[in-house]
Every structure is written in C-alpha cells, then in structure tokens.
Design a protein around this ligand. Structure first.
Ligand code: BES
Ligand code: MN
Ligand code: ZN
Length: 477
C-alpha cells in the first residue's frame, strides 16, 4: 500500500470520516467540490448521521464515496479513527477501488499519520490462502491512498506488515506449522533482515537442561525447539528481551481438552509468532535498543511418551515442578525460556502468551491482561498500548493466598492451582523464573487472540494482538 499527498490526482474512491457533529456542520470541512454537494443531502435525508461504526457506500458518476461514522466528537480518539478508516478502506478495496482519497485534516486527533498507516496496512488482511478461488473471486484492489495531512505513514505501515506477518503464521493450522517449521521461518527472517538466529533442537535442549520445555513437547512426534533471535545496534541504550509462548497446537495433553475448547488452539503459538514479527519489525525500524526475541515452541499432545499428571520435572534454574495439569503447559515452556532470557541480564523482559482462559473470563475478548513487577514498565506499556488501540488492563502480581497455592508437597512448585484467580496464579508461577532486578512484564493475550468476525483493523481469525504495542515500546524506549 502506498500513501501519498493529495494533489487533485484522479481517484476511484473517497473515504470521508465524520463525527455526528461534523455531519451537522459541514461548512467547516474543506472537501473537494464533488463531495460538498452530495454529503449534505445524504445527511439531510438521514442516510448518514455520523454514528460510530456506520458505513455508507454511495456509488457516484465517477468513483464511489464512503462515509464512515466516528460517533460523538468528544469520544473520538485516534483509535476510533483507525477503526473507521479500516472499515472504509476495506470496503473500498473489496469493491474494486484501486485508489482512495482520504481527507483527515478536519479531524482533531494526535497521531493520525501512524494510525492511517496501520489502517491502510491492515485493511486488506484475510486468511484465505487455502480457499479455492472461483470465477467470482475479486482480489482486494486498493493499493494507493492520497491524504491531505503530512506525517510518518511508513511507521504505521511497518507495524501493520509485522502484525499481518504474525497473523499469517498464527492462522496456519497445526498440520502446517510445528516447532521445527517455526524455527525455519525464524531462520528465514533472520537471513532476510540481518538478525542473528540460534535454534536449540531437542538434543541441545537436553544438554541445556530445558526440562520444562522438553516435558511439554514429549508427547508429540514433532519435537520442541527454542529459537533465539538477536538485534544488536552499535551503541544500544537499553537491552530488551521478548519471550513468546509457541504452542503450535494445544490439545491439553493427557488432560485432554473437550472438543469445543480445542478449536482455535492452533493459535496458542501467537506469542511466539508475535515475537518473530516484532524482531522483523525491529530489524526494519532499527531502534537504538538491543533486542532479543525468544520463541519457546512445542506441541502439547497426549501419547505414550507424553508428560503425565503427577510427574515431577526440573526447569532450567533447578526448580522442581509437580505437574497437576498437563493443560497448564504454557507457563512451563515459558519458565525455561524466561531463565535463558534472564541469563542475558536484560534491563527488561516482556513475555507474551495465550496463557489462561481465566484472563479471558476476567477481562473479556477485547482486553489483554498485563502483569508487571515494575510500575515504570507497566505505566509505559499501558501508555504506549493506549496509543496503538490495543487495550491492556493491569492485573495484580501480589497475592499471598494464591502465592501459597504455588507450593507443592513433593516439589518446589505445582504448575496449576484452583480455578479462581487462574491468571494471577500463572503470572506468579512465571515470576519464579525471572531473575531478581529485571523489570518484567507478562502479557496474557488468551482473550484477545481470536476474532470471531472482522471488525476495525481486525479480520476473522488470529489477531496478533500486542505486536504494535511492543514495536512502539522499543521505538520509544
Ligand atoms: N492455551 C490455553 C489458554 C487459552 C484458553 C488460550 C482460551 C486461548 C483461549 C492454556 O494452555 C490452557 O489450557 N490453560 C488452562 C489452564 C488451566 C488448566 C489451569 C485454562 O485456561 O483452562
Ligand atoms: Mn493448555
Ligand atoms: Zn496453551
């Protein structure tokens, strides 16, 4: 997608975003002549009122006009604008428009340039590579946008490309992607973008005492892998490590999930896919920060070789874990990876994981959980995520009762507690594997991982939620 400055170039669509107030006071807007006539009449007939989420498609003699509602002006944030843009651009592109004029100068919000880049980059996303395309199939046509504001459109476009890259991996089914394939994808990204990539296969994982990752992977014919990508600029002002859960399919293991809970569990690798996408973006955006990306990958399957309830395993830092539920596997693969990340002595570790159904119950499907041992880091991540339209809610990481339930009668820890407070239990479990003195944040993205239907910048399927927040975080660090 290209975004250029509007110079009266001919276009085959125009996407005009209006608040409810704008639609009543059109004289204030400076729109091209063709539009100043038609819009007032559409508003007068109440075909368009500016309601949030509304989209009116108006075929005209030359080209098509799209009116996208922003709702009440007082509530019109850049996040509302991004979604309204994505809806308008998506509709234009699906309806064979190749170019669009998108005036934005009349909107009083900060950060419209990056938001336009994001919406432009994400509007065409659908995961349909496995669908046979019949004669009626019309590919998304839009590839050029003209706007009346100046700014940094490239940054938002890179954020969007990275998010789509992660979605493309996360949406692939378990038969197509397993740990070894993720390792190959990571190596390909590293080669293209000049990152360093180190892969630990099963043998190396044994030598490195990665007992928790090995246990989770032991039930599958596809062995586990740990992938480590590195971006090192000349004089970094900070060292940040990302760690992503990469369960390429989560059947639950011997504690098998019921059928309806197993669906979408191909997406249990989103954390790892996000980390790869973030590293790809970092290689392109070149921040002044040393960035490490760890993808901790396994397939959680039941079999004769699978790890079992009652097993006691030893993680890399020597802590022993009694397994009381093989479906609480994410915290296990993360535990070993958090140890390896801690050994690099980074200033910051951020892990991302589709970790608990409990987080989804607590916060719903449109907000992720954020846990942190550091108020500064948590505050920064909340601020950055707000600007990107990815909403997080800070959850508690202090709880003496839940902490007590981490204790095992036979080992140092159990991997699973009671149902209540399950997201906090998981976060407290992870904390056991992060070295003292490192600012650490844990993102539980289970709830937001999968979209049932397309909306705003999201398409049906895996969302790759968190990629834009993390990229912005390293750019602002
Ligand atoms: N991958 C799941 C969590 C999940 C649930 C992600 C729904 C996305 C949507 C995780 O491995 C899991 O199975 N968690 C269990 C933990 C329980 C056994 C303590 C859960 O949430 O039920
Ligand atoms: Mn599980
Ligand atoms: Zn899982």
């Amino acid at each position: 997608m290209r975004i250029n400055h509007w110079n009266n170039q001919p276009v085959d669509s125009a996407i005009v975003l209006l608040t409810e107030e704008d639609s009543q006071n059109l004289s204030r807007l400076s729109l091209p002549e063709q539009l100043t006539e038609i819009i007032p009449s559409l508003v007068a007939r109440k075909d368009f009122t500016g309601k949030k989420g509304s989209l009116l498609r108006v075929p005209m003699a030359e080209g098509t006009l799209y009116l996208s509602g922003l709702g009440k002006a007082a509530k019109c944030t850049v996040n509302v604008v991004r979604d309204a843009l994505a809806e308008g651009l998506r509709s234009a592109g699906k309806n064979r428009a190749k170019s669009a004029y998108v005036p934005l100068a009349h909107i009083a919000c900060e950060g419209l340039d990056v938001a336009l880049g994001e919406a432009a980059g994400l509007c065409d996303y659908v995961f349909d590579k496995y669908k046979t395309k019949d004669e009626d199939y019309t590919p998304f046509a839009l590839d050029e946008i003209f706007t009346d504001i100046e700014g940094d459109f490239a940054r938002g476009l890179v954020y969007a490309e990275c998010q789509k890259f992660s979605r493309n991996l996360a949406n692939e089914p378990g038969c197509a992607i397993y740990p070894e394939i993720l390792a190959k994808k990571a190596q390909a990204v590293a080669e293209e973008s000049g990152l360093v990539c180190e892969v630990w296969d099963e043998e190396k994982l044994k030598a490195e005492k990665m007992g928790a990752l090995l246990a989770v992977g032991s039930g599958s014919k596809n062995p586990p892998h740990l992938i480590h990508l590195t971006y090192k600029p000349a004089n970094p002002k900070k060292k940040v490590a990302f760690v992503g859960k990469g369960i390429t399919f989560d059947s639950g293991g011997l504690d098998l999930k019921p059928d309806n809970f197993m669906l979408t569990m191909k997406g249990d690798k989103t954390g790892a896919c996000n980390v790869l996408a973030i590293m790809k973006g970092v290689a392109e955006l070149k921040p002044d920060v040393e960035v490490h990306g760890f993808m901790t990958c396994a397939e959680n399957m039941p079999s004769g070789s699978a790890y079992k309830p009652d097993d006691i395993i030893t993680a890399r830092n020597g802590k022993t874990i009694e397994i009381n539920n093989t479906d609480a596997e994410g915290r296990l693969v993360l535990s070993d990876a958090l140890c390896v990340a801690s050994e690099l002595k980074p200033d910051v570790i951020i892990d991302m994981a589709t970790l608990t159904g409990a987080c989804m119950v607590a916060l719903g499907k449109w907000r992720a959980g954020l846990f942190s041992n550091d108020d500064g880091l948590a505050g920064k991540l909340l601020a950055v995520s707000e600007g990107r339209g990815e909403s997080f809610w800070r959850m508690p990481l202090e709880d003496e009762h839940i902490a007590e339930s981490l204790k095992s009668p036979y080992a140092d820890l159990v991997n699973c507690g009671e149902r209540y407070g399950g997201a906090i239990f998981a976060a407290l479990f992870l904390k056991e594997f992060v070295s003292e003195g490192i600012a650490w944040a844990h993102m539980d993205i289970a709830g937001v991982d999968h979209y049932d239907k397309e909306s705003g910048v999201y398409a049906k399927g895996m969302s790759a939620f968190g990629v834009r927040t993390c990229l912005e975080y390293v750019m602002e660090a």
